[in-house]
Design a protein around this ligand. Sequence first.
Ligand code: F0G
Length: 345
Amino acid sequence: MHSGVIARWRAFLPVTEATPALTLGEGDTPLVAAPRLAEAIGCAELWLKFEGMNPTGSFKDRGMVMAVAKAKENGARAIVCASTGNTSASAAAYAVAAGLRCHVVIPEGKVALGKLAQALIHGANVVRISGSFDDALKIVRKEGLTSALVNSVNPFRIEGQKTAAFEIIETLGRAPDILALPVGNAGNISAYWKGFVEHDERANSGRPMIYGAQAEGAAPFIHGAPIANPETVATAIRIGNPASWSAAQRARLESGGRIDAVSDVDILVAQARLASEAGVFCEPASAAGVASLLKIGKGKQFAGKIIVAVLTGHGLKDPQIAIDRSPPLPDAISPNDPRLVELLT
Ligand code: F0G
């Protein structure tokens, strides 16, 4: 049942009669059991909220459908965003669905191929800058731009994204003990916390401890201040100055959770383990939460816990990483080659 986020969660979203019934079939993503990784982490249950199954392959679609519908409702002709890739892909697709123009500003050379392909095929105006995501966000937040801003500083984005928390509670019957997720611009961590708190106030469903994960080279929350030149293989979270700084700190503090840093190697190992031990292929940034759980879990503190890790984007966004990390393929052989039986045994 993919009625979309607006139709399904209408009662809990700031929509009116005048809000267009926009959808590309976002939301209702699977919660996949990962028993082998649960054992490695030392928890009772590990569930993967696979947000890569959204229409453009990332969690951004949940918030984008709201932001674009509200922009349309308010008479916008165009939308604009800064992006490390996924936001631009999502904005480009939803702009098409709503009949709006779309402008995206991206850091040159730091956007995974699949994401760039999406922005282009959906017809977005792609502006590349020789700077970081943080520079790009400054540009689109400038006074004087007439397009509606659809980055997560737009509160409608957070409203849409909080619905993932509702779905998790619906599937598990209650909130998990811990929710682990990657943190970049810090919109999603804020949205999940908002969703869990709202649901708990309504239905006494409990609240998880929120465990955020940043890449070591782009970890302003661990550093305690913005970082000028963030660097990480997980380009989606290559962000030095998160816009939702205080909301993320609130989520961490109020939930009794934490925000940790993981190395690029930890991230890539977690991505590979998710693929080979749970059957789920996510992009590198999406594996940061699990990387952090694997690191912390060595201290045995997760005994008996039910944990949900949010896998924010699909692995096909960034196929080159997977290919580069795998051993080179042997040369092609003839279909009549006698060694075939041996090779396939
Ligand atoms: N995971 C993926 C796959 C992302 O694309 C992002 C953010 C995050 C995690 C972090 O989420 O920013 O809400 O803390 N991507 C943005 C973009 C910045 O432009 O696509 P956050």
